[in-house]
Design a binder for this molecule. Structure first.
Ligand code: GDG
Length: 503
């Protein structure tokens, strides 16, 4: 496998006519997944040595087990800028993961600033999460978004076998389906959005709303985490572009008359059996017991695990916990909250703000409630190895998942999958996609501090029987609806919509 720095020339792609001869592409593949990030990323040690690790975040957690078991290609960026001193290409020996070959797209520092930190994470991310913070729109950043999307589309057009299936992922690449359909009308194209799709009233504020919508409608199937997101999208297509909606489908003008775009929800999940197996591993169980001991054998161990993002409600969760300590609902000497907050998007201003705010809240709670030798909060602002994470799930009595808005949230499903003895309790925000599937959690409105505190106490004091009853129901859901089923249902929908389509 050759990892090429596709498109590293960087300019001149926008608007340029492209000629692509897929049938001559060496090693052309039948299934191509396109995502902003590859599943691995490099780190540089203090002594300058490079190590490669799994990339953070939910998209990689979900897709990795699906793709490594299928002959496929994963097209994405490695997380390093091609014009910086520390840039290293993905080495040959890492150019495939199981059955999946990796194909790197290179991006320059300035492209990352404008396409990724800028339009993707300072405009689209907040807009799609109900504008929890204000989206910032810059024309030059949208231009970079378009240029980078075109680079991805061109690389895929060159790699894909005739009639191949291409599955494009997430908000960073919404123009790719439309560009790809122009370049390669023979392809079967799916798009899946991992984050919420906002109500039309919010979406319409985006200056390039029609361009983005046309980009998405280049796909044969546009998939969302929830029925609400799919409904919002259909409504938008009807209102903004006056397109006809027929059941789930939106009808668009195609090369051979009207073309159907299937718009539906496909709630994503996890590799439940893999987490269950880790949670049964004696080494992990020992690590969990050691962790509890190291924390002073608390009566109640609460846990939060998130990318450090303002959508995740980390601050309000810690504040609620502090109030519970203050009011004496929890004894600060017998209760511990472990919060893992993996650093994320640190170049974006709002992420620096939430990082500082969480540090302040943690420090304040520790100052007020810590004693010599005991700390009611342990705050880990660095990534934790996967096995340690599962050991924490195994160790925790109560899992706190309190986002203000979240497309799905995989952490809550991972916690459930790790509770092999049907014990533990999940406190889950209503504003996650997962809440629709997990009604047996203690569901909370994260904007209602008192209600959330009541639910945390209820979860902590529930009888073992009541916890076990809820946990059994949660586990049944998470094991029946795992990530393999999610992938299959999406790919089946693609096949159904495109069956019999004129070639
Ligand atoms: C997006 C959407 C949607 C976290 N810290 C560490 C670590 N993680 C892993 C977790 C989990 C994943 O990252 C986080 O997934 P989430 O789904 O909770 O959140 P996002 O990253 O925001 O994901 C989300 C998802 O895409 C999939 O569609 O559910 O709504 O926002 O797997 O375990 N893993 C390790 N160390 C850490 O410190 N090893």
């Amino acid at each position: 496998v050759t990892i090429s720095a596709a498109g590293s020339a960087g300019s001149g792609l926008a608007g340029a006519p492209l000629e692509v001869r897929a049938d001559s592409a060496a090693g052309a593949r039948d299934l191509i997944v396109v995502a902003n990030r590859l599943p691995i990323e490099s780190h540089q040690d203090d002594d300058g040595a490079t190590t490669w690790e799994r990339s953070p975040g939910g998209l990689v957690s979900a897709l990795e087990p699906v793709l490594t078991s299928r002959p496929s290609t994963w097209v994405g960026w490695s997380g390093r800028c091609s014009d910086e001193d520390d840039y290293v290409e993905v080495p040959e020996h890492l150019a495939s993961l199981g059955e999946c070959e990796l194909h790197e797209i290179s991006l320059t520092r300035s492209e990352v600033r404008s396409y990724y930190d800028g339009f993707s994470n300072a405009a689209l991310w907040p807009l799609y999460h109900d504008a929890i913070v204000s989206p910032v729109y810059h024309r030059t950043e949208f231009d970079a978004y378009r240029t980078v999307n075109r680079r991805f589309a061109q690389a895929v057009a060159e790699l894909a076998a005739p009639g191949a299936t291409v599955w494009v992922h997430d908000y960073q690449l919404q123009l790719v389906p439309g560009m790809l359909r122009e370049l390669r009308p023979d392809l079967v194209i799916g798009f899946f959005l991992h984050i919420p799709f906002p109500p039309i009233e919010l979406y319409l504020q985006m200056p390039w709303r029609a361009v983005v919508l046309h980009g998405l409608l280049g796909a044969d199937v546009v998939g969302f985490q929830s029925a609400g997101g799919a409904g919002n999208f259909r409504q938008l297509a009807e209102r903004l572009l006056s397109l006809q909606v027929d059941g789930d489908d939106v009808l668009v003008e195609g090369a051979h008359g009207p073309r159907r775009v299937r718009v539906a929800d496909f709630p994503i999940s996890i590799d439940s059996h893999a987490i269950d197996a880790l949670a049964r591993d004696p080494r992990i169980r020992k690590r969990a017991a050691d962790t509890r001991r190291a924390l002073g054998n608390p009566e109640v161990l609460l846990l939060g695990v998130d990318r450090l993002d303002y959508t995740k409600g980390i601050d309000i969760r810690i504040q609620a916990y502090e109030e519970l300590l203050e009011e004496g609902a929890f004894d600060a000497e017998k209760t511990v909250l472990v919060q893992v907050a993996t650093p994320s998007r640190e170049n974006v201003e709002e992420y620096q703000r939430i990082r500082d705010e969480v540090a302040l809240i943690v420090g304040r709670a520790l100052g007020a409630h810590g004693k010599m030798g005991t700390a009611p909060i342990h705050y880990l602002h660095h990534p934790v190895p996967r096995e340690d994470l599962v050991a924490l799930y195994v160790a925790a009595d109560i899992m706190l998942v309190t986002p203000l808005r979240d497309g799905m949230n995989l952490v809550c499903k991972e916690y459930v999958a790790s509770r092999i003895n049907d014990d533990g309790a999940l406190v889950l925000s209503e504003f996650t996609g997962a809440a629709a599937e997990l009604p047996d959690a203690w569901l909370v409105n994260p904007y209602d501090a008192d209600g959330m505190k009541d639910s945390i106490v209820a979860a902590a004091t529930a009888s073992p029987e009541s916890r076990a009853r809820r946990m059994r129901a949660l586990r049944a859901q998470v094991f029946e609806h795992d990530v393999e089923r999610w992938a299959r249902s999406f790919l089946d929908a693609l096949e159904e919509v495109t069956a019999g389509r004129p070639g």
